[in-house]
Design a protein around this ligand. Structure first.
Ligand SMILES: *Cc1c(COP(=O)(O)O)cnc(C)c1O
Length: 398
């Protein structure tokens, strides 16, 4: 009989249910192994473990059965040789960079990366003598030109926050291969359901599993996946510095992933419905959704994505006061950052993520007063639309 826990089918729906499961003594769900340490029966077993002759665990920072089950499930979904789980997405980002880059080395990153990733690159890395070039998203000449003899990796994201820009993954891979540096994609907004950057030749794919993979707004987590040879140094980094996901969160991630395919199919479809509806509203100036032909990167998205995800960003037709009145009037859509859970969330990037940045500075970044970001949830699309409709009454018509 095919062992579906060991052999991925390539179908996310099946692999999310079965792959990696540790059906210890026949439990259908992987047990939560709350054990900091693991004991050996005798000296012989301890010595055999040291020589890697018997499978065994030693200490949970190095490996834990529940975490390993979750890592194997994620590796199957990414079609990766190996995945490593961290306690949050930022640990995965920082671990990837610090495991591969040393003093005097350099990386290239696109300018609309996740805010804390840019913060890490700009404020933390220089203290350790690691330099970075920040290049405009979509400018592949600048990306190639920024690579120098010290460059170790090119980091990009797709789709990005909040404008859902799409990196042309093929182009990033071509530049990285040409220059013999690593390509790293933060694919959190897409998930392995909608895109598999490793299939396109990317070396390392990062996910904040806090978002769609966990899928229930209840855990933090991050993953790094790729070929065993590029993931191994990141695992060795984690062995030393920690930042491991705890067994309960691993269990919740595994549990969340059982419905991954169902959730993503539904989220893709609801987000498309909502985006199309918003685009027709007189109170909405502009909608950014890679699934819409009006999105500047729609063609790239169509080429490399199966679905377009569940974040829809739009500009309402009104001033700051009207935009905030719109947000205040929403009842079903909850106001808060993050994305990827069952609850529809709405956020105002200008006064939430960029509250400590001057208006001038955030306008330069395109974070304008009337911009809102919707993370579509699992509710009935009609209810989401009805809530947005009553809220948009607070805004002016075009
Ligand atoms: C949320 C997020 C992160 C950070 O993940 P945490 O789990 O919050 O640490 C990194 N990249 C992207 C694109 C994200 O959305």
């Amino acid at each position: 009989m095919n062992d579906f826990t060991e052999h991925p089918t390539g179908h996310p729906d099946t692999d999310a249910v079965h792959c990696g499961e540790n059906r210890w003594r026949g439990t259908i769900t992987t047990p939560i192994a709350y054990s900091s340490t693991f004991v050996f029966k005798n000296v012989k077993e301890m010595l055999a473990f040291g020589k890697a002759e018997v499978p065994h665990y030693e200490y949970s920072r190095y490996g834990n059965p529940t975490r390993q089950a979750a890592e194997r499930k994620l590796a199957a979904l990414e079609k990766a040789e190996r995945a490593v789980l961290f306690d949050c997405g930022m640990s995965a980002v920082c671990g990837t960079v610090l495991a591969h880059c040393s003093q005097g080395q350099h990386l290239v990153i696109t300018d609309d990366a996740y805010k804390q990733t840019l913060n890490f690159v700009r404020t933390v890395l220089p203290r350790f003598g690691i330099r970075a070039s920040v290049v405009a998203m979509g400018d592949y000449h600048a990306m190639a030109d920024a690579v120098c003899k010290d460059t170790v990796m090119i980091i990009s994201e797709s789709p990005t926050n909040p404008y859902l820009n799409i990196a042309d993954v093929e182009k990033v891979v071509r530049i990285a291969r040409d220059k013999q540096v690593l390509s790293v994609i933060d694919s959190t907004f897409a998930t392995p359901y909608n895109q598999r950057p490793l299939d396109q030749g990317v070396d390392i794919v990062i996910q904040s599993t806090t978002k769609y993979l966990g899928g229930h707004n209840d855990i933090l987590g991050g993953s790094v996946a790729g070929k065993a040879s590029v993931v191994e140094p990141i695992y060795q980094w984690q062995r030393v510095t920690g930042g491991v996901m705890d067994p309960m969160s691993c269990y919740l991630l595994i549990r969340g992933l059982k419905t991954f395919g169902l959730r993503m199919a539904r989220l893709n479809s609801t987000a498309m419905t909502v985006a199309q509806w918003l685009e027709k509203r007189p109170q909405v100036k502009r909608v950014y959704y890679p699934g819409l032909p009006s999105h500047p990167h729609h063609e790239i998205a169509r080429r490399q994505m199966k679905g377009f995800g569940a974040v829809v960003t739009f500009e309402v037709n009104g001033n700051l006061e009207q935009t905030l009145a719109f947000l205040d009037s929403l009842k079903l859509c909850l106001m808060g950052p993050s994305l990827g859970g069952p609850e529809t969330l709405i956020t105002h990037p200008a006064l939430n993520s960029y509250y400590n940045v001057s208006r001038e500075e955030r306008y330069q970044l395109g974070i304008i007063d009337e911009l809102v970001r919707l993370s579509v949830g699992l509710e009935d699309p009609e209810d989401i639309i009805a809530d947005l409709e009553q809220g948009l009454a607070k805004c002016g018509a075009r």
